[in-house]
Every structure is written in structure tokens, then in C-alpha cells.
Write a protein that binds this ligand. Structure first.
Ligand SMILES: [Zn+2]
Ligand SMILES: [Zn+2]
Length: 448
């Protein structure tokens, strides 16, 4: 009966973009449902530099920037130039006893494919070059339309895709991987960083600034306006209790059908009152990740050949080697990224799934913070995979000295991806779905 797939009229040719912030142009209340606790509230008017956060859990709902379109455009274009420089110049070179090798950035992925590790190679090239490049082109496309006061074709689809893409970009993690690789071989060979490495560092910083510059509330308002809030929506209670849901992509509050499903009328994103089978899917991903973590530790992650002698090393073996070499800080980085972070994430998510049914309002803020932390740190475990990718490509001097990837590299990359997916399928709103305690029955009475 309540089928909400009405799209906004496209109004071809009519300029819809207005550079003034949303609050100046609309006097009606703009409702938002918190992504993490589902609390329904009205977005306050924001001035540049101001943020709006959820009063219940502290999640940031919107950040207003000064001249958002110009800012994102300038950052994205500079990042693109830095990326082009990073892929066109030599990344690093190494030499040992007169033999040496010089690599470009993309060779860190292509060499892995040559060693029959195509999946790891693809994961490396996607996360450090391909996805960031797609993201930057998307940002430039969107902002170009907004600056011309006329959104370019497919703007809404692109804006939706960007919201899903950004967590899979790992340029910053790759830099840590490059630095760890440097320390690992520093005692054995001469390694020099090329122009591409420095360009890549600048690119990583600019990419981070670009993602932070996106004011998605302003962008969606400029792209597609703001449809009226659903009738009867009341702030100060959860969206689900009123048959509503906030769009995870554009933020708009929509009415759902009686089954608790729907589509966002502004961006077209699929909506659910709660992510379907969230706990089951998170458990399945966690169990698979835990199983993959066993071969990731049992098998060697890489094999170093030096003067004809091969010595395979596991993740823990690599940490022990670094400690023996006296590189305590680097050993600590690898230990945290490869052991503490993935194990901590598995334990934290499993615990959240276990206690979610026995929720207590008192703990909900702490649990939401823990969830946020697991979501934030997940990608940093990729460090060791990047170290393997860089060393395998760089250290190639035949039987004198060379490094080959081991089977654990694929298993470990799978652990990282699976735990990231597990964090995404877990619906943090479940943490707040508390059966009301006995002493607050009166609040139930008023909402019925
Ligand atoms: Zn909240
Ligand atoms: Zn939406």
C-alpha cells in the first residue's frame, strides 16, 4: 500500500543548484534519523565550520564547510595530479652487491599476479590506485555540475556510489606498508625511494582531505532538494517505532512499507528499518574470518631467498625477526596491525553480537563507541599485505636475494576483507533496541 519509490521530478533544463546552504533556503524542519542509534531529530541550521551530532550517541550527522563545492573540487583535482605523478615515476629502487632493481607503483600489484597471487594483486591495485581514481573522478564530476548550477548526468548515481566506495581506499595504509618494508630490508640492501613515493604520500593526504571535504548533506540538498518530511514524524523517539527510516546515503527520512522496507525517495537507496539478518550475516562472516586466520598464521606470508638459501617466514616469525634485528617500533607496528587489530576486531564484533539482545541503555554509548572503533581500525590490518606486495616487487636479484609471496598473504587479505564486511553488516541500531525497563512504562504509554 505504501510504495515509496516516487522519484523527484527531474525538471530538465531548469537550474536546480543553488550555492546557498540548505538552511537559508528552507524554513521547514529537516528531519534526520541517526545511523547508529535511529534517534529522530531535526537538523539545526549550520554555519560553515559547524557540525551537528546526535544527542543520544554522539554520531556526527552533518558537517558544514565553507564553499563546499570549490573546496572538494580543488582537493580532488590536486589529488588526481599527485596520483598521476605517483603512477608515472619510479617508486623505489634497491641494490645489493652491484645487482639491483627499480619498480613503479603498479608493479607492486602486477608482480604478485606473476607469482600466482592474482587475488592479492587485484586487492592491492584496487585499494591504492583504481578505487581512489574512480572516487576522485566522481567527486570532480559531481562538483563540476554543482559549480555550473546544473548537475551533470548520473550525478545522483555517482553520489550514491561514492558513499559506498570511500572505506575501501587504503592509500594511507599503503604508506605505512612502504615504510615498514624499508625498515625490513634496510640492513640487507640499499633501498632508495623514488619521486613516486613522495607523490604518493601527497596523494594520500589530499585523498583524505577530499573525503573529509564532502558535505553530503549540502551536496544532496543541492543535487535533489529536500522532499517534505513524512507526515506525523515526531522527533525525540526512534525512527523505527514510527515506521520510518533514515537513508544511510543521503540522510533523508522516509516512510517504510508495513514490512519495514522501502527506497529512499531522494537517492533511490534501499532502506530497511533494521539491516535484514544483520546478526546472522555478521556471525557467518566472523566465523569465516576466524577460520581464515588459522592458515594466515600457519603458512608463510613470504619466503626470502638469500645466497641460494630460502627461509619462509610467518606473520609472527616476521615480528620475531624484526625484534631480533632490534627494530622494536616496526615489530610493534606489524604486531598491532596483523595480530591485535584482526583478533581484537573478531572478539569485539562477536561480543557485540552476543550482548546485543541483552542491551542496556547505560552501556549503549560504550558499545556504539566500540563498534565505531572496529569499523575505523579494520583497514589498517592491510599493512602486512602491502609489505609483502612491495617487497616481492622490489627485492628481485635472483638467487642473491629475492622475496616470494606465501599462501598466508591471500588468507590474511581475506581476513581483512571479511572482518570489514562483518563490521558493515552489523547494524549498530540493534544496540539501542532495548526492551524498555519496567520503571519507564509511562514512555511506552505516550508513544502508543
Ligand atoms: Zn545516534
Ligand atoms: Zn537517500
Amino acid at each position: 500500500m505504501l510504495k515509496h519509490i516516487l522519484r523527484l521530478p527531474a525538471a530538465p533544463g531548469e537550474p536546480r543548484v543553488d550555492q546557498t546552504p540548505p538552511e537559508v533556503r528552507t524554513s521547514r524542519r529537516r528531519l534526520r534519523a541517526c545511523h547508529e542509534c535511529d534517534w529522530l531529530m531535526a537538523l539545526p541550521p549550520l554555519r560553515p565550520g559547524q557540525k551537528a551530532d546526535c544527542p543520544r550517541c554522539g554520531h556526527i550527522l552533518a558537517t558544514r564547510h565553507h564553499r563546499p563545492a570549490q573546496r572538494s573540487m580543488a582537493l580532488a583535482m590536486s589529488a588526481m595530479v599527485a596520483l598521476l605523478m605517483a603512477v608515472s615515476f619510479p617508486f623505489a629502487s634497491f641494490s645489493v652487491s652491484g645487482l639491483g632493481n627499480r619498480i613503479e607503483l603498479t608493479e607492486t600489484a602486477t608482480t604478485l599476479i606473476g607469482f600466482h597471487q592474482p587475488l592479492v594483486g587485484i586487492a592491492v591495485i584496487l585499494t591504492i590506485v583504481v578505487l581512489p581514481a574512480i572516487y576522485l573522478v566522481g567527486v570532480i564530476w559531481l562538483q563540476l555540475g554543482l559549480l555550473q548550477n546544473e548537475p551533470l548526468p548520473a550525478s545522483r548515481t555517482i553520489a550514491r556510489a561514492l558513499a559506498h566506495l570511500h572505506r575501501w581506499m587504503m592509500a594511507d595504509v599503503f604508506i605505512i606498508g612502504a615504510l615498514v618494508s624499508l625498515f625490513k630490508v634496510a640492513g640487507m640492501a640499499d633501498v632508495e625511494l623514488g619521486l613516486s613515493f613522495w607523490a604518493f604520500c601527497i596523494f594520500a593526504v589530499l585523498l583524505l582531505l577530499t573525503t573529509q571535504s564532502i558535505d553530503s548533506d549540502w551536496m544532496w540538498f543541492s543535487l535533489a532538494g529536500e522532499p517534505l518530511a513524512p507526515e506525523g514524524a515526531r522527533t525525540g523517539r526512534t525512527a523505527a517505532s514510527q515506521g520510518l527510516a533514515g537513508c544511510p546515503t543521503c540522510g533523508l527520512v522516509n516512510r517504510l512499507d508495513p514490512m519495514g522496507r522501502g527506497h529512499c525517495q531522494r537517492c533511490g537507496e534501499r532502506l530497511h528499518s533494521r539491516t535484514p539478518h544483520s546478526l546472522q550475516r555478521t556471525w557467518a562472516l566472523l566465523v569465516t574470518a576466524a577460520l581464515m586466520y588459522i592458515p594466515a598464521n600457519l603458512y608463510p606470508i613470504m619466503t626470502t631467498t638469500s645466497l641460494g638459501q630460502s627461509s619462509p617466514s610467518t606473520i609472527i616469525g616476521g615480528v620475531v625477526e624484526l625484534i631480533q634485528m632490534g627494530s622494536w617500533p616496526v615489530a610493534a607496528v606489524i604486531f598491532v596491525a596483523s595480530v591485535i587489530v584482526p583478533v581484537g576486531k573478531l572478539v569485539a564484533l562477536a561480543w557485540l553480537c552476543l550482548v546485543v539482545k541483552r542491551s542496556a541503555e547505560l552501556n549503549a554509548v560504550t558499545r556504539t563507541r566500540l563498534y565505531r572503533l572496529t569499523e575505523f581500525i579494520g583497514r589498517w590490518s592491510m599493512v602486512d599485505v602491502f609489505v609483502v606486495a612491495i617487497l616481492v616487487a622490489l627485492i628481485r636479484a635472483g638467487s642473491l636475494m629475492s622475496i616470494a609471496p606465501g599462501p598466508a598473504a591471500l588468507a590474511f587479505a581475506a581476513v581483512v576483507v571479511l572482518t570489514m564486511l562483518a563490521a558493515m553488516t552489523f547494524d549498530p541500531r540493534l544496540i539501542w533496541d532495548t526492551p524498555p525497563p519496567r520503571d519507564s512504562r509511562h514512555t511506552q504509554g505516550t508513544s502508543g
